[in-house]
Structures are given as structure tokens and as C-alpha cells.
Design a binder for this molecule. Structure first.
Ligand SMILES: [Zn+2]
Length: 53
């Protein structure tokens, strides 16, 4: 799903496989899941479960 190794945007911890994450992002104006996936990759901020608490 991610090209680069995803990191938590708060603690910079590397996200492990199957780890539960939260993504903060703007909802894209364009329609469809394809655009949403692209937005997460390029604009989404990944937050690990620990930092989200
Ligand atoms: Zn974190």
C-alpha cells in the first residue's frame, strides 16, 4: 500500500505490518477510493496507535 516505509508523523516510529494506524488527511475533492489511496500516500499524516491515545 505504501511505497516508502511509513512512519508515525508524531514520534517517527516506523509502522509495522498489521499495526493499527490512524491517518489524518483532507478528504479529496475528486471521487473514488483510488484518489483517497493516493491522498493517503502523498498527503496523509500517519499516526500510530500510541500517539493517537
Ligand atoms: Zn507515534
Amino acid at each position: 500500500m505504501f511505497k516508502n516505509r511509513p512512519q508515525c508523523s508524531v514520534c517517527n516510529k516506523e509502522i509495522q505490518a498489521n499495526e493499527e494506524i490512524f491517518v489524518k488527511m483532507r478528504y479529496p475533492e475528486a471521487k473514488g477510493m483510488t484518489e483517497i489511496k493516493a491522498f493517503i500516500q502523498y498527503q496523509g499524516k500517519i499516526i500510530c496507535e500510541e500517539c493517537n491515545k
